[in-house]
Design a protein around this ligand. Structure first.
Ligand code: NAD
Length: 347
């Protein structure tokens, strides 16, 4: 499909293909929607098979950022950038070049960290442009977003438990956590602290060791999604819920931090048909973007405001679950419809 046609299908405002002559850096920046505010979204560095795959990813991710920011009540639109690997050998030069690209959007795009990036890369962007957030706390920024993401997932999980008719105090609640990285481990600690029965899996030995130390039982990565538990919390990779995995689930709730948990839109309906309460990923995992976005609030970063907004994920999800049950629609459809309503009201 032609690019302009794909932009129309996804309702995107702007897609820019950028190449830095000096370093050879290649980037695609997609601004999905700026009606709520500047497009806020991460820069992802990934080895794509070809430019078409990179384009598909950036269009999908920027649209998801619009929905995530809208559902989180933030005054930001959605955008995303992808850097095509391999990055130029001089990483600092690459991020200075990317900073100039971001600066060229004059605030319509606000960049932050995504896969393949680190906090020091943000500091390099900031040498060139103020339109990059997610600096370290000691550099005046909002710091690591992942504890806030974990807080939001934990809060949202309570709403999901209630929607499934289970005890939101976690008494007798078993949770299987897939991925014990920054978000998964934070979530495990919350769950263990309230007495939930937690099993976890990670493909990496250090993740397994950290989860065990935090009090989780360990199962193999191949088995984690199919545990006989109340809740599955995907906190690793995307597309884990599909036509093969969903029929084999043995849980009542799916509530986790990973992005793009559903392989396709049809998987939301598959979960619903099985009576499994699904917390849309872009709603429940918004704690991180709530945290970075706060750097741009008038008066600067305010941890108390961030905590309030992250806690509100619970009530947002409660509304989505109730509306989905009443309308007989999937929770993902309701969440997207709510985001679109808010965006359209702003525009
Ligand atoms: P991370 O890299 O710290 O942790 C991911 C963990 O998953 C790693 O320990 C990795 O070894 C493990 N893993 C990978 N594949 C696995 C598999 N098949 N089975 C089991 N474990 C596997 O990343 P993170 O920051 O914790 O992010 C986790 C997920 O949450 C990602 O999908 C990310 O996009 C999403 N997310 C993160 C944030 C954030 O603030 N960090 C915000 C929103 C969404």
């Amino acid at each position: 499909m032609e690019i302009l046609e794909r932009m129309a299908t996804g309702d995107h405002e702007e897609v820019a293909f950028c190449r830095d002559r000096n370093t050879g850096l290649r980037a695609i920046v997609a601004i999905h929607d700026t009606r709520l505010g500047p497009g806020l979204g991460g820069i992802r560095i990934r080895e794509y098979g070809d430019e078409n795959q990179a384009m598909t990813d950036v269009l999908r991710l920027s649209q998801a950022m619009s929905y995530k920011n809208a559902c989180a009540g933030l005054d930001f639109g959605g955008a995303k950038a992808v850097l095509l690997a391999p990055l130029p050998a001089d990483r600092r030069a690459a991020f200075l070049a990317m900073g100039r690209i971001v600066a060229g959007f004059a605030g319509r795009y606000v960049a932050t960290e995504d896969m393949g990036m680190t906090e020091p890369d943000i500091a390099v962007l900031n040498e060139v442009t103020p339109h990059a957030v997610g600096r370290a706390r000691d550099a005046g920024g909002s710091g690591d977003p992942s504890p806030h993401t974990a807080d939001g997932v934990f809060a949202g999980m309570r709403a999901a438990l209630r929607a499934a008719g289970l005890d939101d105090g976690f008494a007798g609640v078993r949770v299987a956590v897939q991925g014990c990285g920054k978000v998964g481990l934070g979530l495990i600690r919350h769950l263990v602290a309230v007495g939930a029965d937690v099993v976890a899996a990670d493909t990496d030995e250090s993740g397994v060791a950290a989860a065990r130390e935090a009090g989780a039982g360990i199962v193999s990565p191949a088995e984690i999604l199919f545990q006989d538990v109340e809740v599955i919390a995907p906190c690793a990779v995307g597309a884990v819920l599909d036509a093969d995995s969903i029929p084999a689930l043995r849980c009542r709730v799916v509530a986790g931090g990973a992005n793009n948990q559903l392989a396709t839109e049809a998987d939301a309906a598959r979960l619903r048909e099985r009576g499994i309460v699904y917390a849309p990923d872009f709603v429940i995992n918004a704690g991180g973007v709530i945290n970075v976005g706060d750097e741009l609030a008038p008066g600067g970063y305010d941890p108390a405001r961030v905590a309030r907004r992250v806690a509100a994920i619970e009530t947002t999800l409660e509304g989505i679950f109730a509306e989905a049950a009443e309308a007989g629609r999937t929770t993902a459809e309701i969440a997207v419809a709510r985001a679109r309503r808010r965006i359209e009201a702003a525009g």
